[in-house]
Write a protein that binds this ligand. Structure first.
Ligand code: UDP
Length: 156
């Protein structure tokens, strides 16, 4: 099995998906793809943490609504591991605006509105994003190490 390119990526199910009963659907898609779940929790995000998470958007007109929304109900922060995990997940969730997201992607299948786009995932074009976002939402001891039993079938 090659271990090249394996990495951890931060993904979060947003309150709209939680409220619509899409938690299992999103997790299933990532599992079925072959990614390995190494961290997960359910919580209502404290405002301070939401502001840290979306700090890069502080000056944008949608920032206040975004922070209000992300703290408005339960979220499911997760860490997934796998070969090229960040790019794989970004491709699976689709474009930020559901109107641009291809059918077959999570946003393209389950969302209509930019401000209610079901899921967050770290940006593969922002090199420090995973480390920063995993650090914001998880302590080291909340991430687990284990053998993925089907790895020999997923990786050459
Ligand atoms: N967003 C919004 N209005 C905008 C742009 C973004 O409400 O004009 C929200 C949208 O929910 C998006 C989030 O802000 O998911 C963060 O934006 P980003 O550009 O980081 O997109 P993402 O990485 O989530 O695809």
């Amino acid at each position: 099995m090659s271990d090249g390119g394996h990495e951890r990526t931060f993904v979060m199910i947003k309150p709209d998906a939680f409220g619509r009963g899409l938690v299992g659907e999103v997790i299933s898609r990532l599992e079925e793809r072959g990614l390995k779940l190494v961290g997960i929790k359910v919580e209502t995000m404290p405002r301070e943490r939401a502001e840290e998470h979306y700090g890069e958007h502080e000056d944008k007109p949608f920032y206040d609504d975004l922070v209000d929304f992300i703290t408005s109900g339960p979220v499911v922060p997760m860490v997934w591991e796998g070969q090229d995990a960040t790019r794989q997940v970004r491709q699976m969730i689709g474009e930020t605006d559901p109107l641009e997201a291809q059918p077959g992607t999570i946003r393209g299948d389950f969302a209509l509105d930019l401000g209610r786009n079901v899921v967050h995932a770290a940006d593969h074009e922002d090199e420090g994003a995973n480390e920063r976002e995993i650090g914001i939402h998880f302590d080291d001891d909340e991430l687990i190490d284990y053998d993925q039993h089907d790895a020999e079938w997923l990786y050459e």
